[in-house]
Every structure is written in C-alpha cells, then in structure tokens.
Design a protein around this ligand. Structure first.
Ligand code: AMP
Length: 275
C-alpha cells in the first residue's frame, strides 16, 4: 500500500489507476471500516482509503481533540484489507488557508436529526468530502449506512452537483451483542459497554412493532426514549422517518428507517435500522 501525505503525490500516484473506488474515514479503524474496504474491491481496480480527522465537522466542545488517532495500527489493517493507496493529509495540507468556500446542505437535510443536535456538522462533512473527491477523483465512493443521514446528504450532494461518482452504501457491522461498531465505543466504561447494546435492542423493537402493523410512530418513538431513559441514557432523538429523505413518515409510507442518537455517560452513540 502506498501512503500519500500530499495532494500532489496522491494525484500523481492515481493518474493511471483505472477505476478508483474511494473510502474516506477518520481512522481508528474497526471491522465496519474494513468491510467497506473489502466491498470497495468489488467495485473497481484501485481502492483508495483516506484518514483525516476533519475539524470542520466537530462543534466546539465535541470530541475533536480526544478523537482516537491510531495511525500505525490503521495502516496495518488497511494493508491486510488489500487497500492500494492511503491518503493521509495533515490539517495544513488539506486546509492551508481557512476554508471559506463551503458546501451548505439544504436546511431540510442539515437541521434535522443529527443536524439539530450538531449544527454545522453536515456542512463540515459535505465540504471535506467534496475536497477529498477533488483530490482522489474517484469513480465510486463507499459510505456506511451506520451514518444514515450522512449517506443521504452525500448522495444528494453528488446528484445535485452532477458529480460523476457512484455512491455505494455499506451495511452496518455490529458486535455480536448488536452494538454497531464505532470509534466512539472506545470511550465507554466496561459498565457502559455492557449497557450500550440496548440502543440496538430498542430499535429492533420499533422495527418489529411497525412490521407488525403499529403505525403510531409517535408512541413508538416515545416508548423507545422512555426505555433508554430508564436505563440511564439521555436520548437526543428516536425517529421513524422515510428512508429517501428522512422526513417525517405518515402512516401510509413504506420504506422507512428508525434512527436514534443517545448519550450514555459522556459518550454519544447513534444507530439506525431499516424497516
Ligand atoms: P468514520 O471514520 O466514522 O468517519 O467512518 C468512515 C466510514 O465508515 C463512514 O462511511 C461510516 O459510515 C462507515 N462506518 C462507520 N462505522 C461503521 C459500521 N459499524 N459499519 C459499517 N460502516 C461503518
């Protein structure tokens, strides 16, 4: 695997690379990331990963400074997964001057769900992904459904800018007890880690209820939040939404997803399940 720290070196290395499939990450790689790398291999000739902890998508007071940075271990995992190139720029390489031109997703995408609790987050995500696309110039890019709203926002961005990039979803990889793998799971104490799979369990219950014909989404959301609260969580939201645009679902809508975000101690976890 070739490692590139500069935009110029990446461009040179990828000049005649064939069909490039790109998997952007913030590092601290786990099996969820590695599944995306392996899936990427099936979609092209050349798999490119990136590792960049993007300050722009963190709010002041969020975990940018303490976000786990495990570059050497990540590199070994990427080699093992058969990744061809890793783009790992410094902040000064990607943001040599303050970023004044940004991608502002529309309010109906950027201020709901995650966007309500992390204002500016999707502007930071869309802006860095647009920059990374400009460097790597991929034919296809993979994003995990674990970050369901991120997948929706980036798919819409690519569509509305007519970027010649195929956006491919990856299924969420979970621990044996159901907890979605996440770099932030490492913040959990042993007791919190034992409690954490409840988030997946309450979502599973909502899915079962909706599939069983219950269309009182408000009651289902509220019951799920109450159950989380009863076990020490502070939920931001549990929401049944339309898959396509994550807007509120009506009783007759099909193709739904239930999404949740909740804090356990100081750790904020997100998860979702398609219905
Ligand atoms: P991150 O490093 O958190 O920015 O994630 C990089 C990519 O990996 C994103 O497309 C995420 O949606 C995806 N990802 C994160 N966790 C998982 C998981 N448990 N299963 C599948 N994909 C994931």
């Amino acid at each position: 695997m070739q490692i590139h720290e500069t935009i110029a070196a990446t461009r040179v290395a990828l000049k005649n690379a064939g069909r490039i499939v790109f998997v952007p990450t913030m590092g601290n790689l786990h099996e969820g990331h590695i599944a995306l790398m392996k899936q990427a291999r099936q979609h092209g000739d050349c798999v490119v990963a990136s590792i960049f902890v993007n300050r722009l998508q963190f709010r002041p007071g969020e975990d940018f400074d303490k976000y786990p940075r495990t570059f050497n271990a990540d590199g070994e995992k990427l080699v093992e997964a058969g990744v061809d190139h890793l783009f790992a720029p410094s902040e000064i390489e990607l943001y040599p001057t303050p970023q004044r031109y940004v991608i502002e997703p529309p309010l109906e995408h950027a201020t709901i769900l995650e966007g309500e609790f992390r204002p500016g987050h999707f502007c930071g995500v869309a802006t860095v992904v647009m920059k990374l696309f400009g460097v790597v110039q991929p034919h296809a890019a993979l994003f995990g459904k674990k970050d369901y709203q991120q997948f929706m926002v980036l798919s819409a961005m690519v569509r509305e800018f007519s970027l010649p990039i195929e956006i491919i979803p990856g299924e969420t990889v979970r621990a044996a007890d159901g907890l979605a793998l996440s770099s932030r799971n490492g913040y959990l104490s042993p007791a919190e880690r034992a409690e954490a799979p409840r988030l997946h369990r309450v979502l599973t219950k909502v899915v079962a209820a909706v599939r069983g014909g219950n269309r009182d989404f408000t009651a289902l959301e509220s019951n799920a939040k109450t159950e989380l609260q009863a076990h020490g969580w502070i939920p931001d939201y549990v929401a049944v939404r339309r898959r396509l645009d994550l807007q509120s679902a009506s009783a007759s809508d099909n193709s739904l997803v239930v999404l949740a975000a909740a804090r356990l101690g100081t750790t904020r976890l997100i998860d979702n399940l398609e219905i």
